[in-house]
Design a protein around this ligand. Structure first.
Ligand SMILES: C[S@@+](CC[C@H](N)C(=O)[O-])C[C@H]1O[C@@H](n2cnc3c(N)ncnc32)[C@H](O)[C@@H]1O
Length: 282
């Protein structure tokens, strides 16, 4: 399938406008490899034919399929491990102490892909913080991609996905075999609410968040989009809440309203002026 410049430009513009994802000029190969299966599924012979069918038309399932195909959904259970250790040792204990009078925690996992991240968090809470069983703990997990959200809700993972980061005792305790795959038990699945949400669009009403994880998505955005997304996160994050980004992401030089705090290898961000917990370094 050979990609014409005008079709490539149309796809880049559409994806940028609808998701914030920037595809630079070197990404022609990516567009070709990701859109070939979309063409097959939707019955188009080529990317050119697909683009011709959607160009100048109102936003349709074809437009959405193009945008979704260009998202990168790479994820794994307990990704990078150390952020989850920091959540266990520092962040969650601090939040639990601060919220002990209301006994409520609001957690938002933005750009959750196929669900491994929010489910890792749910397992961590179950395993390490039994006292939260009597609290109201809301874990909201959102993504722009309808297809990945369907996978996330199903909680069905291949052996390869399981092998990437899920400790064997947690597999035994929280999953059941489903053919060659593994399905997360309903009890754990029900701890997470999945919703479609585009981070570059206006946010729907949501409660003040105690903890926001928005990991490995800002890297796909340009500076203006990063600024816009972080400003929105800043508005929903509670004044003493915590923000966790991916290892290659930072608020530095993007949004000055966040202060950087390091716990060993893990960097988290808090609103300027939030009282810092023990063990945190600037
Ligand atoms: C690389 S995955 C990160 C998954 C997970 N947070 C992690 O770190 O393992 C990036 C996710 O961001 C989502 N995404 C991309 N653009 C988005 C947008 N504008 N709004 C919401 N989600 C978006 C993609 O669909 C994809 O699932």
């Amino acid at each position: 399938m050979s990609l014409q410049v005008q079709d490539f430009d149309f796809v880049r513009k559409l994806v940028r406008e609808r998701s914030g994802i920037v595809l630079d000029e070197s990404k022609g190969y990516l567009v070709e490899s990701r859109l070939a299966p979309v063409c097959r599924t939707l019955g188009y012979k080529s990317i050119g034919e697909l683009v011709a069918a959607v160009r100048g038309r109102a936003f349709s399932r074809e437009h959405k399929a193009i945008v979704e195909a260009m998202t990168t959904n790479e994820t794994s259970f307990f990704r990078d491990l150390h952020p989850f250790e920091t959540l266990q040792r520092h962040i969650l204990p601090d939040l639990i102490e601060r919220r002990s009078s209301v006994r409520k925690l609001n957690i938002w996992c933005a750009a959750c892909s196929s669900g491994q991240e929010p489910y890792s968090l749910a397992m961590l809470i179950r395993e390490q913080f039994p006292r939260l069983a009597s609290w109201k703990v809301n874990i909201l997990a959102t993504d722009i991609s309808t297809e990945t959200l369907e996978r996330a809700r199903a909680g069905l993972y291949s052996q390869v996905e399981i092998n990437r980061g899920l400790p064997a005792p947690l597999l035994v305790k929280y999953f059941e075999q489903d053919g060659l795959a593994w399905r997360l038990k309903q009890d754990l699945r029900s701890m997470v609410e999945f919703r479609e949400l585009n981070l570059t669009a206006a946010l729907p009403p949501m409660p003040a968040m105690d903890l926001v994880l928005i990991r490995n998505v800002l890297i796909y955005f340009d500076l203006e989009t990063k600024k816009g997304v972080l400003a929105k996160i800043g508005r929903v994050l509670d004044k003493d809440g915590y923000l966790l980004l991916g290892g290659a992401e930072t608020t530095i030089n993007v949004d000055v309203s966040f202060a950087r705090r390091a716990f060993g290898k893990t960097v988290c961000y808090r609103k300027e002026g939030a009282q810092q917990p023990e063990g945190a370094k600037p």
